[in-house]
Design a protein around this ligand. Structure first.
Ligand code: WT7
Length: 684
């Protein structure tokens, strides 16, 4: 499957020669050797890596036990049976005490406003985490309890998640851009007893009053008979309860008006973070957990519309994220690493928090936007902290590409060694701009394909060892066994295109959908028994390179974030004027994909501009701003089969203004198509 010789050809890029001296994997042959070992003797391969971490008690049973075939019984994955550990201990105490990294910077934090920054060492981070872990314990939080975290990109977010991990509580982080409805749904699905939040934050020059959203979500929870015990609030903007605070800013450069924020306060539920941690001890004995105990729940869109709580466990997640980080970014102790993802997404969980800390790395954590105060912010930050490894998303690259090379050239970016991308297929134009302009043609691009469900990188190049092809995630990481299947579930060899699946578990595979094992099995294992189904289409070329072709289920990828057509449709249908809705994906120059919606009105309603605005707002409020539709078209009728199934394939073509709509003979009423074609929205 993996070629014996290094693939060569006009379309391969190696990146910088000077990297080679310090590469963890020196050649393609070496990669292949390690890869074969990882899949043929996983116990030996991962066992060696596990030795670098701390286990309170060793593995007593088998290294890996699993069932991927639902026809043979329950799907399960168990790693390192009997071993106990604590991931927070491995990230912090081990680095401070065993590796003597206490004074090393763990994070350079860069705020939304330039000039608003701080740094924190491993030792200080450990102390803060211990304090907050003690607070949680004092509040009655126990091992296994779920804690919802709804915060901007501030240091307390990392502290809160690691404090949960320290006491064996399960964090469920909800991206701070999600609506109150989405937050409520997530709190209730995992029965979170506590929520940790912040008063508010700035995204560019826009004030987000986060606490108002939290209150709204908690009100919705109460209406549905669910009550969280406490809401712990970080004073990030410096507001006071129920009043509009004035200048309490710690940042002299920010205008006073920008720092005020009104905070409603319910003394029965709300408590300030700083008041709780004030007297807390900075020593806290970790809770020793089974490797298979849950670490976190993270919600991802599901094709039925209801988000799925992806559950990850401790040991395998630690091993796999730490190892991918080390090899994919060729981690060296003097690196400064920056992943621009928000911790609210899996990229931020794995590659802002867990993996860099597990490696004792120094990272940049950024609260703001790539375009604030102007479009050179990223490059300015790279020079400021001398970032060596930069990991971002194609949508950010395309956005910044629009501003031309000027804003980039104002900064040297000389420190950069390795670039990374994640979230969606990267188009060749963006790849080349990233490579030539951002990386000055010196830095290889690691196009990492993975998912919330996989916990870490699955298909990815390795610097130096694997020649790059723009747009290809290249080859499987250690321990990953991909296959391409056709519709009847047969494995395709050589050059092929079909469904991307994985044949064996890797350490950080999700263990279940929280509270819904059946949905776990249905979503990932039913279609092709014996395989984990990714939901992505994939091509393998003549050199064995993998190319992700995009989702093949009813999911959309907007700016690297997955949305299901069903969840947007149900948000639209909740509007009193809407009888029926169908949502399809449409190409977008920056977001990659955007939403094109067809809506059928109820009798007595008119299709007006106001209605379109109302519908867009409704989706934004029900789900999040990311889900806001770009186009909404009036559809007096929708193309349906005789059995009533909406034919989205035809709608997609109508939206794209394609002349050939394919076979429409199975439609119950062909005339609806003509009407839709004549009414289509003008798209860019
Ligand atoms: C889906 C997973 C993994 C963290 C961010 C998204 C798409 C992800 C790539 C890539 C092509 C990619 C896939 C995948 N995707 N990375 N390098 N090339 N497609 O996590 O929200 O779980 O989305 O993102 O479609 O299934 P997620």
């Amino acid at each position: 499957m993996i070629p014996d010789k290094t693939p060569v050809g006009g379309d391969t890029f190696h990146g910088a020669a000077d990297l080679a001296q310090r590469a963890h994997v020196l050649s393609f042959q070496k990669y292949k050797e390690l890869y074969l070992q990882s899949v043929q003797s996983p116990q030996e391969f991962w066992g060696k890596i596990a030795k670098e971490f701390y286990w309170k008690t060793p593995q007593t049973g088998s290294f890996l036990d699993y069932n991927f075939d639902h026809t043979k019984g329950k799907i399960y994955i168990k790693l390192m049976e009997g071993a106990t550990t604590n991931i927070c201990y491995n990230l912090l105490d081990r680095n401070v005490y065993d590796k003597k990294l206490g004074d090393k910077i763990a994070f350079y934090w860069e705020g939304n406003e330039p000039g608003d920054s701080m740094e924190i060492t491993y030792k200080d981070l450990l102390q803060q985490v211990c304090k907050f872990a003690n607070v949680l314990r004092a509040q009655g939080v126990k091992k296994g309890d779920r804690i919802s975290i709804y915060m901007p990109m501030i240091m307390e977010l990392v502290v809160a998640m690691l404090a949960c991990a320290r006491i064996g509580a399960v964090h469920s982080i909800v991206f701070a851009g999600f609506s109150s409805e989405s937050l409520c749904e997530r709190i209730m699905d995992s029965c979170c007893t506590f929520i940790v939040a912040a008063d508010g934050f700035y995204r560019g020059d826009k004030l987000i009053n986060l606490k108002l959203v939290v209150d709204e979500a908690l009100r919705k929870c109460r209406e549905r008979d669910f009550q969280v015990s406490k809401c712990i609030v970080v004073k990030h903007l410096g507001g006071t309860e129920e009043t509009c605070a004035d200048e309490t800013s710690t940042n002299p450069q920010s205008p006073p008006a920008k720092r005020s924020c009104q905070i409603p306060w319910d003394a029965n539920v709300d408590v300030w973070w700083h008041e709780l941690v004030k007297g807390a001890s900075d020593e806290c004995e970790p809770e020793w957990c089974d490797t298979e105990d849950p670490l976190f729940i993270l919600y991802t869109s599901g094709s039925t519309g209801k988000p799925k709580g992806v559950l990850h466990t401790i040991g395998g997640y630690l091993l796999y994220t730490a190892t991918t980080f080390k090899y994919v970014f060729n981690y060296q102790p003097d690196d400064v690493y920056w992943c621009t993802a928000d911790i609210g997404w899996v990229t931020g969980h794995s590659y802002v928090t867990y993996a860099p800390l597990a490696n004792g790395a120094t990272s940049v954590m950024f609260e703001g936007l790539p375009t604030y105060p102007d479009s050179s912010r990223f490059w300015e930050i790279i020079d400021k902290y001398k970032v060596t490894t930069f990991y971002t998303a194609p949508t950010a690259i395309r956005l910044l590409m629009k501003y031309g090379d000027g804003p980039v050239k104002r900064f040297s970016r000389q420190s950069l060694k390795i670039l990374g991308t994640v979230g969606e297929p990267i188009n060749p134009e963006a790849w080349h701009w990233y490579y030539k302009v951002i990386g000055n043609g010196r830095c290889p691009i690691m196009d990492t394909f993975w998912q919330t469900e996989t916990g870490g990188h699955m298909l990815t190049p390795l610097p130096v060892a694997i020649p790059l092809k723009p747009g290809s995630a290249t080859f499987p990481f250690f321990g990953v066994v991909p296959a391409i299947l056709n519709e009847s579930g047969e494995e395709l060899e050589g050059e092929a295109e079909g469904y991307l699946v994985f044949k064996k578990p890797w350490p950080s595979i999700m263990r279940t959908v929280y509270g819904n094992q059946e949905r776990f099995e249905d979503t990932y294992f039913k279609k092709f028994p014996g395989y984990f189904v990714t939901g992505d289409g994939c091509k393998r070329d003549k050199d064995g390179y993998y190319w992700i072709t995009g989702r093949i289920d009813d999911m959309l990828n907007v700016s690297g974030h997955l949305l299901s057509t069903a969840e947007v449709e149900s948000a639209l249908i909740e509007h009193p004027a809407i009888a029926e809705a169908a949502v399809v994906s449409h190409p977008h120059p920056v977001k990659g994909e955007c939403l094109y919606c067809f809506v059928t009105l109820r009798d007595g309603h008119e299709f007006t501009k106001t209605l379109v605005t109302e519908l867009k707002n409704q989706v934004r409020e029900k789900i999040s701003p990311i889900a806001t539709p770009d186009y909404i078209q009036n559809a007096p009728g929708l193309p349906k089969t005789r059995s009533g199934k909406i034919m989205r394939r035809i709608l997609r073509k109508i939206a794209r203004n394609e002349k050939d709509l394919g076979d429409i003979s199975t439609l119950a009423d062909e005339s609806v198509v003509t009407e839709l074609v004549s009414n289509r929205c003008k798209t860019t």
